[in-house]
Design a protein around this ligand. Structure first.
Ligand SMILES: [Fe+2]
Length: 392
């Protein structure tokens, strides 16, 4: 008898493609979001993307109740709690998140506070602490990386403790994700590179996670194939809608995949680097990815060999281990390409991480929620070894 068991859940309605943003008011009516609070950040506003969203409301009876356009890149529990007050005082009934990971996770946090009528998001930290449906939440991603539009996780900082708090529940999942490639057209090259590497890390870690399953595998593989084909093309021609569309879909697929299989050591370290050194999440993954794969090599080489096929580098004359090694080399060379094309640092030292923080980072990484899903167990010493290799 087959003793394998898995669960897979993705109820998010996806509306994707050119001009899909125009459907926003219609979709809001369907989920009874008639007075949505719009959350976004300065960069999105300055790029004219908020105007595009507001334009979609023209001629509709659905109108935003309020707009908050200054969500920082590393949002916090305090910010979530204060936005929840604005939501209530403005008579809102739903939330639209327009942005990247921080905006989306902030929106998920606000939705917990307002729907459960609590005062402090921290009360609901952890897994499966929510037991009822939340208010309507719509996500319009402006980056192609976090996949947060399709995940049941929200990661929000607690600066008082220097940690990132994770909230996980199926009830956190958005009701609707609108993937309009026009919304990622203006994403700067550096962010395009690092957020795509976040998506790639989601797919690779999901494919090698202890909780992997046939459905998450299929999402990971398609996502990897798209990133392999379109990341460099997009960095060279970011104004091309087809390139942007394919990266946005890759990010969505990677999000659905890891939401149903989890990630591993690379994300554990990236979360700790975010909490301690304030390194942006995508950049942390960009730097740590190949070193984490090297660490997992002994347990994951068969799976890395399989993935090499989807990077179009599989060589039938080579052994599994050789193909797996080629994949890791491919990721190292991809890092170099991103550095050359987008100018992103690919070493921790160049990214401003301090060596004296390594013990703190390692301590947090082993306690991170992703660590238990990694294909190989690891200690603080293992993390410090990885950090040292990635330092300079
Ligand atoms: Fe991530």
């Amino acid at each position: 008898m087959n003793k394998k068991y898995f669960e897979f859940y993705n109820p998010v309605k996806i509306v994707a493609g050119y001009k899909s943003l125009a459907n926003l008011p219609f979709e809001l009516k369907l989920i009874k979001g008639l007075n949505p609070l719009i959350l976004t950040d300065k960069g999105v506003k300055e790029a004219g993307l908020l105007d595009k969203v507001l334009k979609a409301f023209s001629g509709s009876t659905v109108k935003p109740c309020n707009i908050i356009d200054n969500i920082p890149s590393d949002s916090s529990v305090k910010i979530v709690n204060s936005i929840a007050k604005i939501y209530k005082s403005s008579g809102c009934d739903s939330i639209i998140a327009v942005g990247g990971g921080s905006v989306i996770d902030t929106a998920k946090g606000v939705n917990i506070v307002v729907s459960l009528n609590i005062k402090n998001l921290k009360e609901y930290e952890g897994a499966e602490t929510i037991d009822k449906k939340l208010n309507p939440l719509i996500v319009i991603p402006t980056t192609s990386g976090t996949g947060s539009e399709a995940t049941y996780v929200a990661v929000i900082s607690d600066p008082d403790e220097n940690v990132k708090l994770a909230f996980t529940s199926y009830f956190i999942l958005p009701d609707l994700a609108i993937i309009d490639p026009e919304m990622t057209l203006t994403l700067p090259q550096k962010l395009t590179a690092t957020t795509s590497m976040d998506a790639l890390t989601h797919s690779i870690e999901a494919y090698t996670s202890l909780q992997k399953n046939p459905l998450s595998d299929s999402y990971s593989i398609t996502s990897i194939r798209l990133i392999n084909k379109y990341l460099i093309k997009t960095l060279k021609d970011g104004k091309n809608l087809e390139n942007r569309y394919n990266l946005a879909i890759a990010s969505l697929l990677a999000g659905i995949s890891f939401s149903n299989s989890m990630v591993g050591i690379i994300h554990s370290i990236a979360h700790a680097l975010g909490g301690v050194s304030h390194l942006p999440h995508g950049l942390a993954n960009t730097i740590i990815l190949p070193y984490g794969m090297e660490f997992n090599f002994e347990k994951c080489n068969k799976l890395y060999a399989e993935l090499s096929l989807h990077f179009d580098i599989y060589d039938i004359k080579k052994s599994e281990k050789e193909n797996a090694k080629e994949l890791i080399l491919k990721i190292f060379s991809l890092q170099e390409e991103l550095k050359a094309l987008a100018g992103i640092p690919i070493k921790l030292k160049d990214a401003g991480v301090r060596k004296e923080d390594f013990p703190k980072i390692a301590e947090k990484a082993v306690l991170d929620g992703s660590s238990i899903f990694n294909c190989k167990e690891f200690t603080e010493e293992d993390v410090i070894n990885i950090l040292q290799k990635a330092y300079e």
